[in-house]
Design a binder for this molecule. Structure first.
Ligand code: NIG
Ligand code: FE
Length: 422
């Protein structure tokens, strides 16, 4: 039995529940001022006013004076492309001079550039990259992250990326949930010819997905459904095959154009439809009437210098389950910070701070099938917790552009203390 008391909190702010919140309920945080939290064996025990802390709780193995910090749940970043090698800062500079993301991809940059660098990296290199990136994530308050393959685009290199996530997971300060995104693009060497493309789809269907499932290297499968990449029909075939071997679908949907991705996500019962910058009215209606999470990634709009943000306000108002993620990747969103995502979701997509916090914690956990254990600060849940150097949760947006994260606990153990990785 280990026990921890965290006292002298200015505030605890958390969504509540063991499943996602949707619509108006996304605003309903539990906010306790002058609070205390106790943790026993890695789980939250007492969460409430410090003055009401039960006397029989007695002494603790560790007592922490939070000195007026605000406690929020650890962030759940449910869409990242973590296991990559190499950077693409020169593409940013080209975009600053007027080229578009799709122009750069067509000239050999984009996903293909990262595919070449990732194929050239060893599994050990990828593990080291993941561990460094998860440290940065933890320093910014993330305790759980989804991680996608998709820069291998052949059998061996997709497996290498997923094996690297698996190896890193034991040592990482962030809990990782793996997704097979073999259908991120077509392999650069096969893209020019239709036969090459259909041979790669056959490889995904017949070899990659069954082997990923057999080796338990992923929980989810994903497809980039987009003009010039995978069509709706190809996406449906790949995600159905994934589902048949026990990998639940997620979809890169309606990111650069309205390609019907949200409708496919609902049709196929995907855990999430991600991006949605160009989602149609029909897509919004379908998501709102479904259990598929609308996972929004405003840092991608920001970093691609697009004026187009996903219609987060409309999605919530029409009753969809909305989550928020970084999309951390070297091309369209080079950030590990969920705080910047929350700042963009509120200031640019017009979510309230309460909605954004629910989206970045409980609803993200739900989209990864983990909301019964994670995503809120409630007795019995896993003690994943962030202490912000701030007098209230509003500072997450109000005091923008700086890192307010002081301490982070995962499974009730400190992973960040005083702004440093433990
Ligand atoms: O989510 N949409 C496709 N994939 C990534 C971008 C990947 C890249 O540019 O390397 C995304 O935006
Ligand atoms: Fe992505």
């Amino acid at each position: 039995m280990s026990s921890i008391l965290i006292r002298n909190l200015a505030e605890v702010a958390t969504p509540c529940g063991i499943t996602a919140q949707r619509g108006r309920k996304m605003r309903e945080l539990r906010v306790v001022r002058s609070a205390a939290i106790t943790i026993r064996d890695g789980l939250f025990d007492y969460v409430g006013p410090e003055k009401d802390l039960p006397r029989e709780d007695g002494s603790f193995d560790e007592e922490i004076d939070a000195r007026g910090a605000t406690a929020i749940p650890g962030f759940v970043d449910s869409h990242t492309h973590l296991p990559f090698a190499g950077y693409r800062e020169s593409e940013l500079n080209r975009r600053l001079q007027g080229e578009s993301y799709e122009d750069i991809a067509a000239s050999g940059g984009g996903i293909a550039a990262t595919v070449h660098a990732t194929r050239a990296a060893s599994k050990g290199d990828l593990v080291a990259n993941i561990l460094r990136r998860t440290e940065i994530m933890a320093l910014h308050g993330t305790t759980t992250a989804e991680a996608k393959s998709g820069y291998g685009l052949n059998y061996g290199d997709e497996m290498k990326q997923l094996a690297a996530i698996d190896d890193a997971n034991d040592a990482s300060c962030v809990r990782l949930v793996p997704t097979c995104l073999a259908a991120h693009d077509f392999p650069p060497e096969s893209k020019a010819r239709e036969e090459g493309k259909s041979a790669y789809i056959d490889l995904i269907l017949e070899r990659i997905l069954p082997e990923v499932s057999r080796r338990k290297l992923a929980k989810y499968c994903d497809v980039f459904v987009e003009r010039g990449v995978y069509s709706i029909e190809q996406g449906r075939a790949i995600l159905s095959a994934g589902r048949d071997v026990g990998l639940r679908p997620r979809i890169h949907a309606d990111e650069l154009s309205d390609s019907g991705g949200a409708l496919l996500a609902v049709e196929i019962g995907a855990a999430s439809a991600d991006h949605l910058m160009y989602v149609s009215d029909g897509g919004i209606a379908a998501l709102s009437a479904s259990g598929t999470v609308a996972n929004l990634l405003p840092a991608t709009s920001f970093f691609l210098m697009s004026e187009r943000y996903a219609p987060g306000r409309r999605l919530i108002d029409s009753g969809a389950i909305v989550s928020l993620s970084t999309d951390c990747n070297p091309g369209s969103s080079m950030t590990e910070s969920m705080a910047i995502v929350i700042q963009l979701a509120t200031l640019n997509m017009k979510l309230t701070i309460e909605e954004a916090l629910t989206a970045a914690t409980l609803n993200g956990a739900h989209s990864l099938g983990l909301a019964a254990e994670l995503g809120s600060i409630e007795p019995g849940k896993v003690a994943d917790l962030v202490l912000l150097d701030a007098p209230s949760h509003f500072h997450l947006v109000y005091h923008f552009g700086v890192n307010l994260v002081r301490d982070v606990f995962r499974n009730g153990k400190a992973v960040v203390h005083q702004g440093r990785v433990v």
